[in-house]
Unconditional design. Structure first.
Length: 220
């Protein structure tokens, strides 16, 4: 941990630019046509909706390359039906990129989830965290049975990802794709900072049959 802090202390504006040059040089040594191929276009099969936490980079933890995953990140990987930024990313991913999988990935130890579980006032972000508090309210009976604070936070991370995936499934964007026969699946995951491993929360859908009846849309 001390080495990590030392490394971060050495990061400056100029070091970032120098790091970019070094990365380009090393990459071209391995593959001279790497950037030509990247510049030709993208065809990622996956949309990743994750937390903005700097410790949860989608490509690294899934051992994939640039061009493999289209990414949207926000505080605590919240998915709401009124977030135009997320909906724009979702629409582009589904209707233009034709991704095959949409993954909502939370992570244990999420500061946003921990803040939502507290009664502290943080400022502007309280309005964003309210979405997580609403999820707590929906699952309050289950949450009230969990006495251990760490386990409560971990379970809230899971429920937040599960509800996020459900909200993705409920969008007209995804339901329209399913109605037209597009191959598309939605999943909920949770990542552990302590182990580096991803837990599949076993919440997946590949058709409107998995959507709650009240959210199902009819397409003529």
């Amino acid at each position: 941990m001390a080495n990590q802090h030392k490394h971060q202390e050495n990061i400056t504006y100029d070091s970032l630019l120098e790091g970019n040059k070094a990365w380009v040089e090393e990459t071209l040594k391995l593959d001279k046509g790497y950037f030509d191929k990247l510049a030709a276009g993208q065809n990622p099969p996956v949309l990743w909706i994750g937390c903005s936490d700097s410790r949860v980079p989608a490509n690294q933890i899934t051992n994939t390359l640039p061009g493999d995953i289209f990414v949207h990140r926000n505080i605590a990987n919240v998915v709401t039906h009124s977030d135009m930024s997320l909906l724009s990313v979702l629409d582009y991913s589904v209707n233009v990129l034709k991704v095959k999988h949409i993954i909502v990935c939370g992570h244990y130890g999420c500061g946003g989830v921990a803040a939502a579980l507290s009664n502290k006032e943080f400022g502007l972000i309280d309005n964003w965290l309210r979405h997580i508090k609403d999820i707590y309210r929906i699952h309050e009976r289950e949450m009230s049975t969990i006495k251990d604070p760490q386990r409560r936070a971990d379970r809230m991370v899971e429920l937040n990802a599960i509800e996020g995936a459900a909200n993705v499934m409920s969008t007209s964007i995804v339901q329209n794709a399913w109605a037209t026969g597009q191959s598309l699946s939605v999943h909920a995951w949770a990542y552990s900072l302590k182990t580096g491993l991803i837990t599949d929360l076993k919440v997946s859908a590949s058709s409107a049959d998995d959507v709650s009846p009240v959210f199902k849309l009819k397409f003529d």
